[in-house]
Design a protein around this ligand. Structure first.
Ligand code: F1P
Length: 626
């Protein structure tokens, strides 16, 4: 019997699953690279098999809810003149919202349907590539953005994504939707149970995340809202929801919208599109749609699973090269085409907030850059240039402005999605130029790629898995036409790519000593969730109380031993300062362990800049350090 087994209320806070340390990855910092890959695999597997007794992706109730949301999406797509589907999130969740909205709009365009997907990312479009985490704390900013994007629409499916069910930005938007139910169907997507949602006061607001979520839960009982929250277990790097949180968000949303499109039998003659009859299919065949959803989940699992054995050896080599680059103060560059290039950009942009790295340490470039991908031009700001040569996200910019400065210390990883003569031509030219600069070159390719067309000598080639014919047949029997089948083939390989990229950037930062046990010990404390996470990490590493850790963090932020005058400083102001100060968590850990002054902690940090080594030195006698 696969019914949900969520722990029932009372509404007592416990540590959310998304902030727990995963027991499987406790020793990831001392593991060899092949072992790191195994650990990541074991943690990611929880996306599909679930965690403890909580609701899983495959559970009947979850699949049923997703099918209902997808039915609603189908109806809106059908009547899209005055309807919209808006996806919103902060950080990685906002980037995935952008990714999906862009992809779905281009699919609708190809099918002769109006583009009705929109996205919101907290902090605006600059946050697509940069860390702009502070907006996550503002319910008001969330609401204002939603009002802008929703303008002129009569019916809206709003999906607020917050992996930790923790972003006030999303709570502000859901609250607005719930006050305008004539227009909005509000959906919350995340990976904790409701009883783990924070009930803490939010500055300048008289609701909490818990009150908003409970209100939505009430609406759910009458079909006026949904909470989609399968539990996928703690992240391999504690709290790093960019990893499986981001992956499972992509998987769930793509499944939802591809299923929605399967409801619409589009006539080959665009004039006949009026005859699309979503309602008939939707009402008649729920169980067929639920089956399709389950089959789609299986497709993702199959390709994700088969990519590990096929890619492991070569991926290990690439992670070692990338780690060496970062240790030598070199760079890792991802250069890719199509959605693969975009995923490279996403992975790179997550490193500064997670590992306290520089923007240039790991960077991504995409053929054509981000500008042509805009889904909702009114939300784009001037940060993304229109000329690819000036657009710092484009492959053209990479060729012109980055390639000339590449050295033997750098690693370049090409992301090659498809069998395309233009890509082969461009890549062969690029490979020739890059080979003259560095030996560290990786090529991650889908099985669609014909490697005989490429000059790959001395490259580390990482092939990903491919969807089996029988699975393609299964989803086509389940209602997807061959065009949608091709989209599935692409989408499932993207998940495998995302895992490989996460492994490269995580493995490289482990090599650089930015992970202690499975904690990100140099994260940027740029919003309230990250401030709390940072205090928790200091308390765990230094084995001290939360209060003691909080004081150490405050001293590290303000670089003073006398923090009495900062006691009543509002969290928003602490965060504003903390976001601009380097190495807050490492300094706070030293302060908490040594009981020294800030000056002494800074000196210690300077003498031992590799954080993990410095921590081990403090915690153990040097002779026992591995
Ligand atoms: C959003 C987010 C993460 C980011 C960092 C800060 O989290 O911006 O994407 O990696 O951890 O929070 P969530 O709202 O999706 O839980």
């Amino acid at each position: 019997m696969d019914s949900p087994k969520q722990v029932p209320p009372p509404w007592k806070a416990e540590r959310p699953v998304t902030e727990l340390s995963n027991r499987k990855s406790e020793n990831i910092d001392t593991a060899t690279v092949p072992e790191i890959i195994n650990i990541l695999h074991d943690c990611e597997e929880e996306m599909f098999i679930g965690w403890q007794n909580y609701q899983r992706l495959h559970d009947k109730d979850f699949v049923k809810k997703l099918s209902e949301v997808s039915k609603y999406a189908a109806a809106l797509i059908k009547n899209s003149a005055d309807s919209a589907i808006i996806l919103s999130g902060c950080g990685t969740s906002g980037r995935i919202a952008f990714f999906i909205a862009t992809k779905m709009n281009s699919l609708l365009r190809e099918r002769g349907l109006p583009q009705c997907f929109g996205y919101i990312i907290a902090g605006g479009d600059r946050a697509l590539t940069h860390s702009v985490e502070a907006f996550e704390d503002s319910p008001g900013a969330g609401k204002d953005e939603l009002i802008k994007v929703a303008k002129g629409k009569r019916k809206i499916l709003f999906i607020g994504i917050s992996c930790g069910l923790s972003a006030p930005f999303i709570a502000g938007q859901l609250h607005h939707c719930m006050s305008h139910l004539d227009t909005f169907l509000p959906v919350l997507l995340g990976f904790n149970t409701i009883h783990m949602v924070r009930d803490r006061t939010i500055e300048g607001w008289d609701h909490t995340l818990l009150t908003v979520t409970k209100h939505l839960m009430l609406l759910e009982s009458s079909g006026q809202g949904y909470i989609l929250n399968p539990i996928v277990g703690p992240e391999a790097i504690t709290g790093s929801s960019r990893m499986k949180g981001g992956g499972v968000t992509k998987l769930i949303l793509e499944t939802c919208f591809l299923t929605a499109l399967s409801y619409l039998s589009v006539s080959s003659d665009p004039k006949d599109n009026d005859e699309i009859n979503a309602d008939k299919d939707a009402a008649n065949d729920s169980s067929k749609q639920e089956k399709l959803i389950t089959s789609l989940f299986e497709c993702y699992k199959q390709v994700w699973e088969t990519s590990y054995p096929t890619s492991k050896e070569q991926l290990s080599k690439l992670i070692e090269q990338a780690g060496k680059s970062l240790l030598d103060n070199g760079h890792v560059y991802y250069a890719g085409w199509d959605t693969w290039g975009l995923l490279g950009l996403v992975d790179a942009s997550e490193c500064p907030p997670t590992f306290g790295s520089d923007f240039d340490d790991i960077r991504g470039f995409l053929k054509g850059g981000l500008a042509p991908l805009e889904s909702f031009p009114q939300t784009m700001n001037a940060a993304v240039g229109q000329d690819p040569l000036e657009d710092e996200t484009s492959l053209e910019f990479f060729k012109k402005s980055v390639l000339p400065s590449i050295t033997a210390k750098d690693t370049v990883v090409f992301l090659v999605p498809s069998n395309d003569a233009n890509i082969y031509h461009e890549l062969n030219i690029l490979l020739k130029s890059v080979m003259q600069k560095t030996q560290h070159i990786g090529v991650i390719s889908s099985l669609l790629v014909d490697e005989t067309q490429l000059d790959l000598k001395s490259c580390t080639v990482v092939p990903l898995g491919h969807l089996k014919e029988e699975m393609i047949n299964k989803i086509q029997d389940g209602g997807l036409d061959s065009e949608l089948g091709n989209v599935v083939v692409k989408s499932v390989s993207e998940l495998a790519l995302k895992s490989a990229l996460n492994a490269i950037s995580t493995g490289a930062h482990i090599a650089k000593g930015k992970v202690y046990q499975n904690y990100m010990v140099d994260l940027k404390l740029s919003n309230s969730k990250l401030l709390e996470r940072g205090i928790g990490i200091v308390s765990r590493c230094a084995e001290c109380s939360k209060e003691f850790a909080r004081d150490a963090v405050m001293r590290a932020i303000y670089r003073t031993d006398d923090i009495a005058s900062f006691r009543d400083t509002p969290v928003s102001s602490i965060i504003q300062t903390a976001g601009n100060v380097e190495r807050v968590v490492p300094i706070a850990i030293i302060l908490a362990i040594k009981g020294c002054t800030v000056r002494e902690a800074l000196d210690h940090q300077e003498r031992a800049p590799v954080i993990r080594t410095s921590l081990l030195n403090l915690l153990q006698p040097p002779s026992t350090i591995s």
